[in-house]
Design a protein around this ligand. Sequence first.
Ligand code: FE2
Length: 337
Amino acid sequence: MDTGKYFRQVNLPEQKQYDDGVIFPVVLSPNTNFDCNFTAEAKESDFKEAIKAEKQWIESLVDKYGVILFRGFPVKSASDFNDVVEAFGFPEIEYVGGRAPRTKVVGRVYTANESPPENRVPFHHEMSYVPDAPSKLFFFCEQEPGKGGQTPLVLSHIIYDKMKEKYPEFIAEVEEHGVKNVVVMGDEDDSSNVGGRGWKSAYMTNDKKVAEERAAKQGAKLEWMHGNAVKVTTGPLPAFRFDKKSQHKTWFNNIAYTKPVPLNGINVDDHDTYIELGNGGLVSDQAQKECSKIMEEECVVVPWKNGDVMLVNNLIVLHARQPLLKPPRRVLASLCK
Ligand code: FE2
């Protein structure tokens, strides 16, 4: 693999290498062979310049390989991270309709998920339940975990391919009808829940009518419940998407971790995420379990190091969060169109 002028490729024991030549994830560190002052002790501004100079090349890597981990660069604070994200120049996406409770740190940098760090976040494509999901995500490790708290990664087409092989009929059914997601949102954020964002912050308004309009733009329907809660139904949306750049079909859905819509409907206190097929059909319980199993088998788990910046192609990679076993941990995120 070409390594660009300012970067060198680093190998980690956790990486996977596939038959088609894909290395997952790609890890880039400062190149010490060049006399451009770009060393491990380099200033953060040098990193920004390197990004700008090599942006096209970096983008081609993330299109092909799915994830780039930048390790060993002088990124120390949330504001440094914001500068790095800005240097890439990808347009920012507003987190409208998003479900994770998050708070803004600086610029376009947010906490990744405010829910208790000892809880696991299952594998997902960011915002797979809206038509225009972010295409790229950045993560930054401001404080590496004491133990646990990794961000596992898996190439989405592997899940699709393996599931299609094992459950061709179920996949054909899902392909035909798409999926609907249902979630109950309170009016305020509930950071005890992985998906506990309230509708006021999700739709960035206190006005129910405005929230309805913003939801409608994403193909979501809001039904008001007592106590200012709301039932949000999105879709049907395609559960699998075709990524033109990699020419792969991806597992772009929440099937692995959502519950079937209860037969007697959803209550105001049902704070889980529910799923059904676009025609109201049930998601196969067996397929759901198998899908989680394949994700665990196929994923890569690289422990975070202070200063790591990760660029994830959200169109072809699923990510998760391992439970934090020993604090501290602070991982920040930024989402791009
Ligand atoms: Fe996420």
